[in-house]
Write a protein that binds this ligand. Sequence first.
Ligand code: FES
Length: 505
Amino acid sequence: MDRHLSLSQAARLIGVKRGDIQKKIQENKLTVMEGTVVLSDLKKAFPDAAYEDNTMLEKMEKFMQDAVHKMVQSERDGAQADALSRRIIKINKELAEERKQAANMEELIDGMKQKFIELNVISNPEHAFNEIRQWFNTAHNALEEDKLTTPVEQLENQIKQFMLPHVRLLPSRHDYISDKSETLLESALRSGLAVDYGCNNGKCGKCRAKLLSGQVEKTRHQDYIFSESEKSQGYILTCSNAAKTDITLETEEAVSADDIPLQTIASKVKKIDHSSEHVIILTLKTPRSQRLRFLAGQHIELNLDNYLQDNSEPVNAEYSIASCPCEPSNLEFHIPVNNNAAFAQTVIQDLKNNDSVTLEGPHGSFVLDEDSPNSLIFVAWDTGFSAIKSLIEHAMSLDHAEAIHLYWMTTKVENHYLDNLCRSWNDALDNFTYTRIMCEAKTDVVAETLMLHLHDEHSHLLNFDLYIAAPGHLNHLLKPLLTSHGVKGQNMHFESTFHGDEIID
Ligand code: FES
C-alpha cells in the first residue's frame, strides 16, 4: 500500500520546503488529495531527493516516549523516575480513550434530545416510541462496536480510508476523499469546499453537477426532475449520490462572498459555555436539511426569537461565525460578557438550550484568498479572534499555507479565552506559530506593539497575506504602517465587526 503524507510530512521526508511541494502541485507534476500526497508520486516529482524511507509514525511515537522519559528523569532523581515516566504515558493514553468515550456519549445525548423533539410532533405515540427505541439501539450498537475496535482493526480502518473513492472537482481541481457512507455533498462540505447546494434532500436541484468520469450510486429518492438536456449531459445531484469509484465532477464552487446567497435559517441553541469570565461561547445547531452556507471569516445576524425588544422585534445582533464551514450545522459564536447591549445581556441572563435563534445572512468579505500562494499572518484584537479562528480552521483544512502565524492581542492574559486551543495548534502543527500579546488598549500602543513583533519575527512581509480583525480605527492606523513595510493592498484584509474590549483612540 502506498503511503499518504501530509505536505508537512512530505517536505520533512525529502528535506525540501512545503512551498517547493506546492509549486509541483500547481505545475500539475504532483497530485494532492485532501491535503495529502502519495509517496510514489512524491518520488517521481522529486527524483533526486534523498529519501529517508522510515516508518515516520513509529519514530514519532518513540521520540515522544523518550522525550517524556527524559523530562521526568531530569526533574526527579532516583530509580522511581523511570516508572513514573511510563505511568505518565499510560495515563495519557487512558485520558485520550476517556475523552473519546465522553465525546461519544455527548453525541448520543444530543441525538436523543433531537429525537424527543421530533417525537412531540408525531401524533401516534406507539409509532414514535418504536422509532426512538430503534434509533437508540442502532446508535448504541455503533458506539459499542467503536469501543471494541483493536489497534489492528484501527489500522485496517485507516488502510480502508486510503482505498476510498477520490473525487476531483473541475474547473477548480480541488480533490477530496468520499466515504461511501456519505453523499458526495456531505464529504465535500466536510473537506471545507464551498460547493453549491440548497435543500440537501433532492428537491431544489442546486447541488447538481456534471459527472465527467467514474460511477456513482443513488443514496436516496430525489424529487428534482432533470431536463432531457441535463440527463444527456450526465448531471447528478450530489446530495443524493455517493461515489462508487474515483470520479470527476464539473461543478460551481463559491470563490468569493458574492457567490454565497443570503439565507434565513431557524436554528436551536445547542450549548452555552460560560467557562470563561470574559466570553460566552454559544453553539447553535441548524436542521440537517438546512445547513448554513458561508465562507470562513463571514458574520451573520442572530435573532433571539423568544426574547423581544420594545418594538416587538426579536433581540438581535450581528456576530462573526467562529467555526469552520466544514461544520455547517454546528455554528459557534463568541459573546463578550462585558457588553451591555441587549443581545449580550439576554444571552448571559436568559438564553437556554433549545431556544430558537433565527440566522440571517451571511455577510462580509473578510474571507481567505485561496488562490494566493503566500504564507498567512492572522492578527486578532480581543474577540476579533472569533473571525480569525474560523479562517485558521479553514486554512488548516485546506492545508495550503506554508506557514501560519497567529498574533492574539488583548489587555490581559485571562482574556485569551481559547489560549489552550491556540497552544495546541502551536504544538501539533509544524507550520503554525502562536504569539500571545498583552498591551494597553490605546490605538497607537497596540499598533506600535504589533509592528515591533512583526519586524522582530519576520525579516520581511512580502510573501505574506495579513488578516486583521480589530476595531476600525486600529485597522485604519495599521494600513499605512503595513504598506510602508512592503505589504501590498491586495494582501491586507481587515474585519471590523466587533463587540469586544474597545481600544481608545
Ligand atoms: S441540495 Fe437541493 S437537490 Fe441537492
